[in-house]
Ligand binder design. Structure first.
Ligand code: GTP
Ligand code: MG
Length: 274
């Protein structure tokens, strides 16, 4: 016990000595600094402070601005259209065979696999694969404020049996206030075109336009109170066509399973620029 007490005393002594030494060394430095500040005209100090403040504000604004620049691309579309396969192709260049119906969004921020070998600085893309199950679709709304583009994936093989459901989902997206106000570009991606029985993108576009035209007629007949937040689609009195939309709507083809995805990659890179 005594040894311990002696040790503690010794340690206390050392630390107070060290503290005194620092104080002795620091004092002349402090008085020198004080003297120097007194010599500098106050205007110079104010100018230096103003410059410091201005650069901090500019840096902060720069960061804020960078954050606001959207780099999110959303993959939407009915269940089974091939969004998750596409997500992995874009990220890894492989389809990760054996995907099952997604129960939650797949999300990642990365440089597209096909661009990894390219020189130069490429901005990473924040890609979100929103499950097609009707109960999970509202998740799309969470990501819309940051969306730079929406890819609406359509199964070109099993297209006709799903025409009504796909048109309804697309109609909902096209009339969302956040989509219309921000004019978020939409790419209708006709997937699974590897099979000979797949429909062409022209056929798919026309069928979707016809079906949306019917939906527009039936929906405008219901109470306007229900659709108060929605925007009316196209030009009233004219048959609906995607060219009437305020946001740019384009159509492209892909084969997610084998990685023939250059058109969707181009769409993404056009929306997300460094
Ligand atoms: N023939 C063919 N089949 C494909 C293609 N892309 C995807 N598939 C198949 O389509 C099925 C559904 O693909 P997923 O990527 O899981 O579909 P999803 O859109 O993510 O579906 P949810 O998660 O339920 O919304 C899988 O069996 C895939 O193998 C393609 O280009 N050609
Ligand atoms: Mg999925």
């Amino acid at each position: 016990m005594e040894v311990l007490e002696q040790w503690t005393k010794q340690a206390e002594q050392w630390s107070s000595q060290a503290l005194q030494q620092w104080k002795n060394q620091g004092e002349p430095l402090w008085s020198q600094a004080h003297l120097y500040i007194q010599q500098v005209p106050p205007t110079q100090i104010y100018v230096a402070l103003a410059i410091l403040l201005l650069t901090s504000v500019l840096l902060l604004l720069g960061r804020l601005f960078k954050h606001q620049k959207a780099n999110t691309i959303l993959l939407s579309g009915l269940s089974g259209s091939g969004k998750t396969v596409l997500f992995y192709q874009l990220r890894d260049g492989s389809s990760h065979q054996g995907t099952v119906t997604s129960m939650e969004p797949n999300e990642g921020t990365f440089v597209l696999h096909s661009e990894k070998s390219k020189n130069g600085k490429l901005k990473p893309v924040h890609l979100v694969d929103v499950p097609g199950h009707s109960r999970l679709r509202p998740k799309l709304d969470e990501f819309l404020p940051q969306a730079a583009g929406i890819v609406f994936v359509v199964d070109a093989l099993e297209f006709l049996p799903n025409l009504r459901a796909a048109s309804e989902y697309l109609y909902d997206i096209l009339t969302k206030a956040s989509v219309v106000k921000k004019r978020i570009p939409i790419l209708i991606l006709c997937n699974k075109t590897d099979k000979v029985t797949a429909h062409s993108k022209e056929f798919i576009r026309k069928q979707l336009e016809k079906e949306i035209d019917k939906l527009r007629a039936s929906r405008s007949a219901i109470s306007t109170a229900d659709i108060a937040n929605d925007f009316t689609l196209g030009v009233l009195g004219e048959p609906f066509s995607f060219s009437q939309c305020q946001n740019k709507v384009t159509v492209a083809e892909a084969v997610g399973i084998t990685g023939e995805i250059t058109q969707v990659e181009q769409f993404i890179r056009d929306r997300v620029r460094s």
